[in-house]
Design a protein around this ligand. Structure first.
Ligand code: NAD
Length: 421
């Protein structure tokens, strides 16, 4: 399905987001093919019951953990990576032996309709169905009893999903977002660091990605050099007029354009734009924009940005960054650029996020041996690689006993001599 329809997938993403072909091909097709290939290769191992040790209390006995499908699951996905975020959990659900309903996002309508067509053509419709739609259709789906709900999107709707699931005691995986920080230390290769920040921010759907760096923390001394390098590399990548660049996605729709515009028009950040800031409402385009020294009580610092705006906060000592991160809710990802061993250790020991990545952004996502998911308000549960199989599996505990060697100790009468044993 993915191989035969890559051009159609790329075209639908052009329509919904004007997503550059390379981004579509790598993040929405190649990554999915990797997931499928891995599941096909590893499924035998993932399915194999795990023999485990038993207790002296049950001697003689043997035990195993037997993976079994949960049943019928609901997967609700988001618009920013509409193929990856729909089909990656589908791979896990199918591998684990479940039937499923997929509800793609109505905000990427071309992708949603192509997903429906392709899944209908290529997959077994007796066990895999797509339901398209928005709030009404999703609400009707959420009224049903499911064996698991896997939701990707924002935390506000996640609360609706979790409340609906609670009615039936249905377990959930919630893949959410948050304000993922990037801490930039001094004494590093700034050009490589900045390129990697740009790749994770504007190179991921123009910042409309859950693991894009949301804001930067750096020292007052380091900030001018950092801003200078960001400007220089951004111009190399996207030219002097980035609104015309073919290598940047557009903002998905007018609502999100208005939401991002409001963040820029906030009085508290007026005069803080040090790069970009250009907008074209008719084309839904916003250029890569850097804001320096934004107040922490500004709008932009109090919600997930999910777009091409990058505020920079300045601290006296780089270690102060960790306190700032830890005063907020736990993010989906946290990044540190540093060569300092002690600082790296302190970052890993004190910062809590879904995932940590040192000296790069976003690429932890492709390491299938790492679980991908949030913590606290950035999500619950995880997937990718075997974690996807596990997310849709019940691990059934099985203990085998023999009828030989029956010890009288557990049976009444409970005499004092039994107690002494
Ligand atoms: P969205 O608007 O596409 O919504 C997600 C899903 O929720 C859609 O399928 C939509 O139909 C459904 N929905 C909307 N309103 C609903 C309602 N009232 N009741 C029931 N269902 C409803 O996507 P979004 O929320 O704008 O996505 C962006 C958010 O998702 C960001 O916070 C981002 O960080 C997060 N995200 C997380 C991941 C991850 O893997 N952790 C990936 C992508 C996006």
């Amino acid at each position: 399905m993915l191989e035969e329809n890559e051009p159609a997938i790329i075209a639908s993403l052009r329509e919904d987001l004007d997503k550059p072909e390379l981004e579509s091909s790598v993040f929405e097709v190649a990554m999915l093919k990797n997931s499928v290939t891995l599941a096909l290769k590893e499924l035998k191992h993932w399915m194999t019951p795990e023999k485990v040790k038993t207790s002296i209390m049950t001697f003689p006995s043997s035990a195993e953990i037997l993976p079994e499908p949960l049943g019928v699951v609901l997967i609700i996905s988001a618009w920013n990576y509409p193929f990856l975020l729909s089909l990656d959990p589908v791979v896990g659900a199918i591998a684990a032996g479940n039937a499923l309903v997929l509800k793609p996002s109505e905000i990427a309508p071309a992708a949603s309709s192509l997903l429906t067509k392709l899944i209908g053509e290529y997959l077994d419709s007796s066990s895999i169905r797509v339901v398209e739609g928005a709030v009404n259709e999703t609400s009707a789906l959420l009224d049903q009893k499911w064996d698991k709900i896997f939701y990707t999107g924002n935390g506000k709707i996640a609360r609706i999903v979790m409340a609906a699931a609670a009615k039936h005691l249905t377990p959930v995986v919630l893949e959410l977002g948050g304000k993922s920080p990037a801490v930039v230390d001094s004494g590093i290769n700034l050009q490589v660091s900045v390129r990697r920040i740009i790749a994770g921010k504007w190179g991921c759907n123009n910042g409309q990605a859950c693991i894009s760096p949301d804001y930067i923390l750096t020292t007052k001394d380091n900030a001018p050099k950092l801003v200078g390098t960001l400007k220089q590399e951004l111009e190399k990548f996207y030219g002097k007029n980035p609104l015309e660049s073919k290598d940047l996605s557009r903002i998905v729709n007018a609502n999100h354009f208005a939401r991002l515009s409001k963040l820029l028009d906030d009085d508290k950040v007026s005069g803080k734009i040090v790069h970009g800031g250009e907008r074209d409402k008719s084309k839904l385009r916003i250029s890569p924009t850097i804001l320096l020294d934004v107040p922490r009580d500004s709008l932009i610092m109090n919600e997930e940005i999910f777009g091409p705006l990058l505020p920079i906060l300045m601290v006296d000592k780089i270690e102060d960054s960790f306190d700032i991160i830890n005063t907020g809710t736990k993010p989906l990802a946290a990044y540190l650029f540093s060569n300092n061993k002690k600082l790296k250790q302190q970052f890993v020991a004190t910062v809590s996020a879904g995932g940590l990545l040192i000296n790069d952004t976003a690429v932890h996502l492709v390491v299938h041996t790492l679980p991908f998911g949030g913590v606290q308000e950035s999500g619950t549960g995880a997937y990718h690689g075997k974690f996807s199989f596990d997310a849709f599996t019940h691990k059934k505990a099985v203990l085998y006993r023999s009828l030989m060697g029956d010890a009288p100790l557990r049976y009444p009468p409970y005499t004092k001599s039994k107690l002494r044993l």
